[in-house]
Design a protein around this ligand. Structure first.
Ligand SMILES: [Mg+2]
Length: 196
């Protein structure tokens, strides 16, 4: 008796799991704008103090700073940008660096301008950056997904209703997957709140 009861529970669980995976695949909500911080999120340094601009690109395509330090983004970042761009996502960059021109130069040398529909790069609270994203794109905050390595930015932007992911160790594919999951969970919560 005990065995068959256990067996029924297992079967029900399997059926539920199968259904929930199926549902997730079919109905996953997707962000309309994905925004990335730059320093310590897309590349492993702060432009204003850990490298020495101006940057240059050599004939071999590699980027160096003024002291010949090889400048590279976090390993997954080029493929993340390429994949999201090829899937049609709108992307943005939000940085509060004081080295505005230098950060923009690096974005250009990395050949990322083709990925970013929106760029807000200047010092100050990132709420100002996101207000511009909203005004320029017409996209609601709840339809945005944001990655940043600084908790103060996560705290500020979460209050707007944006899904925010704290990327303590920089951007990577696992962080991206986590972001999409959190975004979907938030959308599901919002729609169930509306229904109740
Ligand atoms: Mg940062």
């Amino acid at each position: 008796m005990k065995i068959s009861l256990f067996s029924n529970i297992v079967n029900v669980s399997r059926a539920f799991l199968k259904k929930s995976i199926h549902t997730t695949t079919i109905e996953m909500s997707k962000p309309k704008l994905i925004v990335f911080d730059l320093d310590m999120t897309m590349w492993p340094f702060h432009v204003d103090c850990m490298v020495d601009p101006p940057f240059r690109k050599n004939r071999d395509g590699k980027i160096y700073d003024n002291y010949n330090k090889h400048i590279k983004p976090f390993p997954d970042v080029p493929n993340i940008l390429e994949q999201l761009h090829s899937e049609g996502y709108k992307l943005g960059a939000a940085s509060r660096t004081t080295c505005t021109d230098e950060a923009k130069q690096l974005v250009k040398l990395l050949d990322w301008e083709k990925y970013f529909h929106y760029k807000e790069i200047y010092p100050g609270c990132k709420v100002a950056h996101f207000k511009r994203f909203h005004e320029d794109s017409g996209i609601a905050y709840r339809d945005m997904l944001f990655f940043d390595d600084e908790y103060r930015n996560i705290a500020d932007i979460s209050k707007l209703g944006v899904t925010c992911i704290y990327t303590e160790n920089g951007m990577s594919f696992p962080e991206l997957t986590n972001g999409f999951k959190q975004f979907n969970d938030n959308q599901t919560k919002q729609s169930s709140t509306k229904r109740s």
